[in-house]
Design a protein around this ligand. Structure first.
Ligand code: NAD
Length: 498
């Protein structure tokens, strides 16, 4: 099947006619379709159309914009199973997880719909008599949204829905590994009644389409989720061009398990956190920091359970872990296993490509646990983005917290303890955007701000109320009804006496 871009209110091929293939990572013989390999000229066309869309959409009342997003949520709810199935075919994670991905989009749509009736500013007292002072929100313009492969629906909705609710128009550039899901999202927005020129979809490669979008002078807002290396390039351009920029990037998330923890709960948590989505979540548990007293028991049981996980096609019932998204990811994971060994790590389970039977046609890798990892080892510091868990033994909570913080990233962390004081100390001391207590490092909810510190982000958040701040400009209005010139900071503060 041949898919297209959505530009100028029409489904069109790339102007050059070039295409790229999208294949199922669980079975590379399965061709999902061909997609336009777009270029700068296609981006130029999309931005020109989005500018016309913006003029129309910004004048639409926010509650009416919210109504469209409510209908989007309703359609997604109706099509949930079908979208989950095509998403699994496209990027590999099991259907239970892709259903969660769709649900995140539904939650984001309904949250955005209600925000259309808030979008609060403030009314505050003026320093001067007979004068009002207030702030309110305005749309900004064309937003360029660049998204990764691992949450093919949820992440585009995290960006597009608040951007649209605030009155902006959108040019979406999805990851080249998951163009089908993005196509369905645009179809749904149109079915829900979004005026066509308000949304544009441009498929293609990052260095071609993504770069052209970031560099386009008529796109004042860029929201990017992806690797820290790409984010740095995007940030340099946006800095030079004075663009508003939200960056959500890599992570090296840790689950800390202390001696007083509920061990069964901690085991379930780390198994899900480390190997769910084949370790390809930005919040995946990549480090397990364990206190010495329970280290050996925990690791032995964990290795047994990791070995028992069933690998396979995510659309087959009973599959726990799907493939990596492509061969390059699998090669990267494999090379990190080699690095772990060279630096003195012990591979207690996994450590190799998973092969045999149908697995031979996909990009599978065994769930892998490395012990005897030191905080200085590369597998303790660098994002691997695959099913590899590095275990670090510590003597106490303080050492665990210090090691948690001793990496360039700061997205998510988790602490298993029954001690309330330790739990609150962790919330206070851990350098992450999100800390879970007695729950894994993954599990964000749509109505709370999502994002990380240090090399993970640039201070903005997705989700929650905070994201509406990003997609709107705050303007202030002063209304002086005194009928005379009142000079702020000069004529104010006199207290009149009778
Ligand atoms: P990636 O950086 O390779 O690609 C992300 C997007 O950027 C894709 O759409 C890609 O085409 C585009 N791109 C590539 N080069 C570009 C360029 N020069 N200019 C503009 N755009 C360009 O990331 P990925 O492999 O798709 O996703 C995995 C990464 O994303 C991991 O590092 C993961 O931690 C991160 N991630 C972070 C979050 C978060 O919220 N912090 C969420 C999900 C994923």
């Amino acid at each position: 099947m041949e898919f297209r871009n959505f530009i100028n209110g029409r489904w069109v091929p790339a102007m050059s006619g070039a295409t790229f293939e999208n294949r199922n990572p669980a079975d590379s013989r399965d061709l999902i379709g061909t997609f336009p390999r777009s270029a700068k000229v296609d981006v130029d066309e999309a931005v020109a159309s989005a500018k016309r869309g913006f003029a129309l959409w910004k004048a639409t009342p926010a509650p009416a914009r919210g109504d469209v997003l409510r209908r989007v949520g309703e359609i997604m709810l109706r099509r949930k199973d079908e979208i989950a199935d095509l998403m699994t075919r496209e990027m590999g994670k099991p259907v239970a997880e892709t259903k969660g991905d769709v649900q995140e989009g539904i939650d984001t749509a309904f949250y955005a719909a209600t925000e259309g009736r808030r979008l609060f500013g403030h009314t505050v007292p003026s320093e001067l008599r007979d004068k009002w002072a207030m702030s309110f929100r305005r749309p900004i313009g064309v937003t360029g949204l660049i998204t990764p492969f691992n949450f093919p629906l949820a992440i585009p909705t995290w960006k597009a829905f608040p951007a649209l609710l605030c009155g902006n128009s959108v040019v979406l550039k999805p990851a080249e590994d998951v163009p089908h899901t993005a196509t369905v999202l645009v179809e749904i927005l149109l079915e829900a009644g979004l005026p066509p020129e308000v949304i544009q979809l441009v498929h293609g490669m990052g260095e071609e389409v993504g770069k052209a979008l970031v560099e386009h002078p008529d796109v004042p807002v860029i929201s990017f989720t992806g690797s820290t290396e790409t984010g740095r390039l995007v940030g340099e351009t946006c800095g030079r061009m004075h663009k508003r920029l939200s960056l959500e990037m890599g992570g090296k998330n840790a689950q800390i398990v202390l001696d007083d923890a509920d061990v069964e709960l901690a085991l379930e948590g780390v198994l899900w956190g480390a190997f769910g989505t084949t370790g390809q979540r930005c919040t995946a548990t990549s480090r397990l920091i364990v206190q010495a007293g329970i280290h050996d028991t925990l690791v032995a049981e964990l290795a047994k359970r990791a070995k028992a996980l069933r690998l396979g096609d995510g659309r087959t019932a009973g599959t726990d872990v799907g493939p990596l998204v492509h061969e390059a990811s699998r090669a990267k994971v494999e090379s990190y296993v080699g690095i772990a060994r060279e630096q003195g790590g012990d591979i207690v389970t996994g450590g190799a490509r998973a092969t045999g039977g149908t697995l031979d046609h996909g990009f599978f890798f065994q769930p892998t646990i490395v012990t005897k990892v030191d905080r200085t080892h590369r597998v303790a510091r660098e994002e691997i983005f695959g099913p590899v868990l590095s275990v670090i033994k510590v003597k106490d909570a303080d050492e665990a917290f210090a090691i948690n913080n001793d990496v360039p990233y700061g997205l998510s962390s988790s602490v298993y303890t029954r001690d309330v004081n330790t739990a609150f100390r962790a919330l206070t001391l851990l350098d992450n955007g999100i800390t879970y207590i007695n729950a894994p490092t993954i599990g964000a909810e749509a109505h709370l701000p999502f994002g990380g510190v240090k090399a993970t982000g640039n201070g903005h958040r997705e989700g929650g109320w905070e994201v509406y701040d990003f997609y709107s400009e705050t303007k202030v209005g002063y209304i002086d009804f005194s009928g005379k010139l009142q000079r702020a900071q000069i004529d104010n503060y006199p207290v009149e006496h009778a």
